[in-house]
Write a protein that binds this ligand. Structure first.
Ligand SMILES: N[C@@H](CCC(=O)N[C@@H](CS)C(=O)NCC(=O)O)C(=O)O
Length: 119
């Protein structure tokens, strides 16, 4: 079972690599603004999780560069996710808004948020 999961994960990563979406092109200034806004975001994720791949593809499509935090292999990131979001479930987008932090679960909600903010 573990092997099958591992194998399927590799297939997903390969397909994602082969059919990688192209990112939107912006002027240098517009991209700088996007990069600045993206500083307030971080994605907690597992490398081969299909829902995480879906969100990473949306980020790539929108040319949004955010920090990816591995919640599977990095115990610090895993603990942050559990403490902040309340559960170790990925993907989870951490959104900093001033003093407040929102933890957004559900890949579809995250993709909709990215499209609203950056498309
Ligand atoms: N409906 C969720 C599904 C997310 C999901 O099932 N993620 C798995 C990894 S692929 C997970 O975090 N499993 C750990 C758990 O549920 O405790 C989404 O679209 O984001």
């Amino acid at each position: 079972m573990k092997f099958i999961r591992w194998f399927l994960g590799r297939v997903i990563l390969l397909l994602n690599f082969v059919f990688s979406p192209s990112g939107v092109k912006r002027s240098a200034q517009a991209q700088q603004e996007v990069d600045a806004k993206a500083q307030s975001l971080a994605l907690y994720q597992f490398e081969a999780c299909p829902f995480c791949v879906k969100v990473r593809r949306a980020l790539k499509r929108q040319s949004v560069n955010i920090e990816l935090r591995d919640a599977k292999n990095n115990p610090t990131h895993r603990a942050e996710l559990e403490a902040g979001g309340g559960k170790v479930k990925v993907p989870c987008l951490r959104i900093e808004k001033g003093d407040q932090v929102e933890w957004m679960y559900e890949s579809s909600d995250i993709v909709a948020y990215l499209e609203k903010e950056f498309a």
